[in-house]
Design a protein around this ligand. Structure first.
Ligand code: GTR
Length: 448
């Protein structure tokens, strides 16, 4: 797939001769290369905040933040198989190209997770029917995975609205919480926007959560690793190449919580979304890719290795993420440091693995590190796979203005004002989206 920034140099050269620079050239730089550029197009949609750019560049000139510096790149075709076959049907995608694509991400980025454990047991440690001033029932659950004589346990919590649809089952949003317990406190002694459980419950959704670090510590030391699930279940990969890494372990944790949610008669397991921010957003995407029981995936500012296109090299580089957080990814991923264009995939294919299920990508204005436009374009480029299901994503030049959410059937996107964070605004928009695609769950006050 020829892409986007082949234009940059051509268009900017042309515009310089026309006396046009800056935003006009920038807008054309993001248009796909097919066809001729429309020189009269005015810049619309989100543009980087000049003050943010200047501040970033004054702090660190080493990284690329300007669109004009994004190199020319060619994206791998999501719908062309390794043997060159073009995928034109859902069946070919599901039977051939999708498994091939999963294999690429296992082999070269996240590593090979163990198969689902032979046995998963749940123990409800606590049920509090009057949580949240009576609005919800809190359940704390211990989840034990058992396989080949080994076991690993961690706990999760779920707040379930006491007013539920007539089926008695509420749809749920599961947060992979990579921050501390105060950021996602099921007792609600600490209430922070990062996990606005009251708001989630008021909207009719169950709010499920687990601590990512209870599954795998966010720490690269051997000692830390031994304490997590990877210290118990090594998985089928080779540590020098494709052994599973921390992001995959967190995604595995989300799947085990899903195992529990499927058994809870107050949860509508056909409507469970997995949500994550930043490193947790990368894990949410991988959970959605590997576990098709998740009907909705939301990645918030997942950036490099998550939603944003690696070949753009804008913001966090493959080098820096692998140097700072080598344990998030497998060993093979490191072989592509400074060789982004040789990666056998790009992140639009990770998003495509979620098709045709609901996918919501969100970015924030000041978060150039995550490459906001790269996240949006990745969603655009997942379009052909959604297209096999009669669904659409967006056009490359349709990036919306700040806080102007864009949805199209099963995909949605917004860019929030402000910093790299998960805020109430982000939750509200993903719930608006879920209301739309799932048709708003109707609470029946008569049926707790
Ligand atoms: C950054 C990391 C990003 C992102 C972020 C986070 O330091 O480089 O890729 O994941 O952490 O998780 O907050």
């Amino acid at each position: 797939m020829r892409c986007i920034n082949l234009w940059t140099s051509v268009v900017q050269l042309r515009f310089r001769t026309m006396g046009l620079t800056g935003t006009a050239a920038l807008l054309l730089a993001i248009l796909p290369v097919t066809g001729q550029p429309v020189a009269s197009t005015q810049p619309t949609g989100w543009q980087p905040n000049p003050a943010v750019l200047t501040a970033l560049e004054s702090k660190n000139t080493k990284w690329v933040y300007r669109e004009a510096e994004v190199p020319a790149y060619t994206l791998p075709e999501a719908l062309v198989c390794a043997d060159g076959t073009k995928v034109t049907t859902r069946q070919q995608w599901e039977q051939k190209r999708r498994p091939e694509t999963l294999e690429l991400f296992e082999k070269y980025e996240f590593g090979r997770s163990p198969k689902a454990p032979a046995d998963v047991r749940f123990e409800v440690l606590e049920t509090k029917a009057d949580a949240l001033e009576g609005a919800a029932t809190l359940k704390r659950v211990s989840i034990t995975s058992i396989d080949a004589g080994k076991s690993f346990a961690f706990s999760a919590a779920v707040l379930i609205p006491n007013k539920r649809p007539t089926s008695g089952r509420a749809p749920a949003l599961l947060l992979i919480n990579h921050r501390n317990e105060r950021s996602g406190d099921p007792t609600r002694q600490s209430r922070v926007e990062f996990w606005p459980a009251e708001e989630i419950i008021a909207r009719g959704y169950a709010a499920a959560i687990f601590q990512a670090e209870a599954v795998d510590p966010d720490n690269g030391s051997t000692g830390a690793r031994a304490k997590g699930v990877r210290g118990v279940f090594a998985g089928p990969g080779n540590p020098e190449q494709d052994a599973w890494a921390t992001i995959a372990a967190w995604a595995w944790g989300a799947s085990r919580v899903m195992d529990y949610l499927q058994t809870d008669t107050q949860i509508d397991a056909t409507r469970v979304g997995v949500v994550g921010h930043s490193r947790g957003g990368k894990a949410a995407l991988w959970a959605g890719a590997t576990d098709q029981r998740f009907a909705l995936v939301m990645s918030n500012s997942s950036g490099r290795g998550g939603a944003s296109l690696t070949r753009r090299k804008l913001g966090e580089s493959l080098r820096i993420i692998n140097e700072r957080f080598p344990y998030w990814f497998n060993a093979n991923y490191k072989k592509y440091i400074d060789r982004e264009n040789e990666l056998p995939f790009d992140q639009h294919q990770l998003l495509a693995l979620i098709a045709p299920r609901a996918l919501y990508v969100a970015s924030s204005d000041a978060d150039m590190w995550a490459d906001q436009r790269g996240e949006f374009l990745s969603l655009v480029q997942a379009g052909p796979v959604y297209g096999l299901y009669g669904a659409k994503t967006f056009a490359a030049d349709a990036m919306p203005e700040l806080e102007t959410p864009l949805t199209n059937g099963s995909v949605g996107y917004h860019i929030r004002r402000g910093e790299h964070d998960l805020k109430l605004y982000d939750w509200q928009r993903v719930m608006d989206f879920a209301d739309k695609i799932w048709t708003k769950p109707k609470a029946d006050p008569g049926k707790p």
